[in-house]
Design a protein around this ligand. Structure first.
Ligand SMILES: Nc1nc2c(c(=O)[nH]1)N[C@H]1C(S)=C(S)[C@@H](COP(=O)(O)O)O[C@H]1N2
Ligand SMILES: [Mo]
Length: 397
């Protein structure tokens, strides 16, 4: 079966999806939760979790003959079945997966960008169950904390089975540095569970990679191969996509090779209890949403402004009920978002702004123009929503 493993070439056998999802593209299927659904719980239900695809969803249900081939620059190439992976120590890692295209629609309003439009919900927070990639690689003779192998391997490439137009019908691929892959503390998983259930087809059944703290594009679903390679993966999604260019670069002057593939995501936050524009009755308004950063950095502060950013007040951050959130503490989920909440008193028309500060003291940029890029990735500018008061509504009720 492996080697010849290939997903379908059309969309005749897609899984069923939750009706409340906001669909941004049907084929390939790209959908996000509504804002309120997304922050209703710390752990995102699988049904409401971001679905981000570049081709039809593979069907790999012949588990008896399924295996992952591990090869490239290694002394002991191997074929690992699902059971082989499950025999390794199992870890449950709560990590937020965020697509680099999150908030692209908003960036496109400043100046047009190319790519699937996303509101602020192209992410989700799940507890992933699986083996550590560092243990999988150790099994085939690559020790922990290896930056380079004797045969010159410096990157770990993940290859899927889906047919992506960008790869001319070939599979989705990505790589991460070998030092990252072999660092047990980086918690990179070869996952077979999501929120305690068998991984769903939409999310990579039977096996996917989860690279915590890194843009979603590197967490390859429907894993077919793992290869130790010399240079980073040359696939489309590493070399011709998911790179951050400055606003001066456009389609007529882009030189893709001048940038590295994006890995960590920067600090981000968004308000999810309100839409972009809201009609409200003057009084108390709940401002709630999420904040997260990449690279395992925690969230130091989440702040709200109602005067255009002149003054800010802190919002309460939380992950688990009854446990105070302390960034960097063992009680906190290092790779996961924090939710925030605050109540403000609104008298008249108001713009509410949120921004977060991570534990590296990184802040979100004020304006989208300074980070505009032609692919519309990593829109992390201050998130703003507008409240328009309906002054007379109360007397009508
Ligand atoms: N095989 C494969 N893996 C993939 C993709 C894909 O299209 N094919 N999309 C990537 C992108 S861009 C993102 S953001 C995440 C989304 O994962 P999810 O659909 O489980 O939320 O998967 C990544 N892994
Ligand atoms: Mo993505």
């Amino acid at each position: 079966m492996a080697g010849a493993l290939r997903g379908p070439s059309d969309y005749a056998q897609e899984p069923t999806r939750h009706p409340s999802l906001r669909i941004n593209a049907k084929e390939p299927f790209n959908a996000e939760a509504t804002r309120r659904d997304l922050v209703a719980s710390y752990i995102t239900p699988v049904d409401l979790f971001l679905k981000r695809n570049h081709g039809p969803i593979p069907i790999l249900d012949d588990i008896a003959s399924y295996y992952v081939s591990i090869g490239g620059l290694v002394d002991r190439p191997a074929k690992l079945t699902l059971d082989d992976i499950k025999r390794l120590p199992k870890y449950n890692v709560t990590a937020t997966l965020q697509c680099a295209g999150n908030r692209r629609t908003e960036m496109s309003k400043s100046r047009k960008v190319r790519g699937v439009g996303w509101d602020v919900c192209a992410l989700g927070n799940a507890t992933w169950g699986g083996a550590k990639l560092s243990d999988v690689l150790q099994l085939i003779g690559v020790p922990y904390h290896t930056e380079i192998t004797l045969s010159g391997g410096k990157h770990v490439e993940f290859t899927s089975v889906d047919q992506c137009p960008e790869e001319k019908g070939g599979p989705y691929k990505a790589s991460i540095p070998l030092g990252h892959a072999t660092n047990p503390a980086a918690d990179v998983l070869v996952a077979y569970e999501m929120n305690g259930e068998v991984l769903k087809r939409d999310h990579g059944y039977p096996l996917r990679v989860v690279v915590p703290g890194v843009i979603g594009a590197r967490s390859v679903k429907w894993l077919n191969r793992i290869d130790i390679i010399e240079e980073e993966c040359q696939g489309f999604f590493m070399q011709k996509d998911y790179k951050m260019f400055p606003p001066s670069v456009d389609w007529d002057n882009i030189v893709w090779s001048t940038r590295k593939p994006q890995m960590d995501y920067p600090v981000q936050s968004a308000i999810c209890s309100l839409e972009d524009t809201n009609a409200i009755i003057p009084g108390e308004v709940t401002v709630a949403g999420y904040a997260l950063s990449g690279g395992g950095r925690g969230i130091e502060r989440v702040e709200i402004s109602t005067d255009g950013g002149r003054t800010w007040s802190g919002a309460v951050r939380y992950q688990k009920e009854g446990v105070p959130y302390v960034p960097g503490d063992v009680t906190s989920d290092k790779w996961a978002w924090v939710l925030f909440k605050t109540v403000i008193d609104v008298r008249g028309d108001t713009e509410i702004i949120v921004k977060a500060v991570d534990s590296g003291a990184n802040v979100q940029p004020e304006s989208v123009d300074t980070i505009w890029n032609l692919r519309g990735i990593l829109n992390t500018c201050w998130h703003r929503v507008r409240l328009l008061t309906i002054h007379n509504l109360r007397s009508l009720l």
